[in-house]
Write a protein that binds this ligand. Sequence first.
Ligand code: UDX
Length: 435
Amino acid sequence: MAKICVIGTGYVGLVTGTCFSDIGHQVVCLDIDESRIKQLQKGQMPIYEPGLEQVIEQNVRAGRLAFSTNYRESLSGADFAFIAVGTPSSDDGDADMQYVKKAAISIAEHLDHPIIIVNKSTVPVGTGDWVAEIIQDLNSQDVPEFSVVSNPEFLREGSAVSDFMNPDRVVLGSTDPEAAQKVADLYETLRAPIMITDLRTAEMIKYASNAFLAARISFINEMATICESLGADVRQVAKGMGMDKRIGPSFLEAGLGWGGSCFPKDVKALAHMADTRGAHPQLLQAVMDINHNQRISAVKKLEQALGSLRGRLIGVLGLSFKPNTDDIRDAPSLDIIRMLLDGGAEVQAFDPQAMAASKAEIPQIILCDNPYAVAEGVDALLLATEWNEFKSLDFQRIKNNMRGDVILDGRNIWDEQDLHEMGFTYMGIGVPEPK
Ligand code: UDX
């Protein structure tokens, strides 16, 4: 059993700290945000993540998990300090490193015993070395022994707890192989394949993995556009491609494209890193352009089907960037809603978890209590996020409630033939027009 301090209680920090406590380690999750820590101490969740609340509760009760704003107490006697703070995109596309820097400085200020510093935040390649320099410089007189290990996270929102418990691999990078091995030992009970590299390579594995997954989605979305022009069905194309073992079936679902807290910022940051070093990121640029175009093309489809957006009422199902999360960061839905509003339409919407946050971002959205209320009086209905509860709706009821008959299934979850036979004008993404 190790003593771990996790700095940052966002998705990554909270899931990492909680899961480490669940596999037997002694964990303090630290944040400088006092209200967030107070909330956690009272057992309230600052984020929606399925399953997390129960695991937190169990481990707090078992005395293995605590929350604090105090660096001195949290780091006292800790064998490991995990940095899991945010690295949002700055204006030029680079990752904003101010929170990582603050965490490194705070560790340096309170360091009074040997420790292994593990970086979980997604940081530009080279950050591990930079963190080590910050700590070294601030403690130049008498630095307690420390090592820096990069340990990128591959957690998906909505399934983060089970992703932590069943990793495809654990990647560790360090100039100190002994320290990397000690971090590997923390994960021992999970029996995952462990890969140990140098610091920069581990940092790069994270960016390359996210960029590749984003590229797969942009690839299939480009195929969807081509399918539409040729009358082919992208769902079958993806299935046929995915049966090739070299390709595999995951991340080939055409739709409104990717959003969230990771793909957009990581692809942008990788392209920026490449650019600033003279390595022209041609593919990454296309991956981002295609993703942006998916949103524009959804608006164009609605405009075409309705003749004009001006004065139209459009219903949107789903606001979070994907199902099973309340996260709306770079959600395709919100971009599309902004464009619809700019075009003169009104928008009413429902989402199981992301309504308040969406309203705060775009106050003009009219919020509804359920999907049937969203359909009430609308000229068109757009499915933006494929929450399970939208998969089997009573479409007769939807039809009766709607003023128009246009449906844009932005995630290809409904049966186009059924809807066509019920009298809807159905549009999907890369799906042939039903006859
Ligand atoms: C991602 C990575 O999967 C994870 O490893 C990393 O640590 C963080 O970023 P997450 O952002 O939670 O996780 O979502 P993910 O499930 O990967 O989906 C990303 C986006 O791609 C979503 O907007 C989703 O709707 C979209 N997507 C996914 C598609 O459009 N098509 C697909 O086939 C798969």
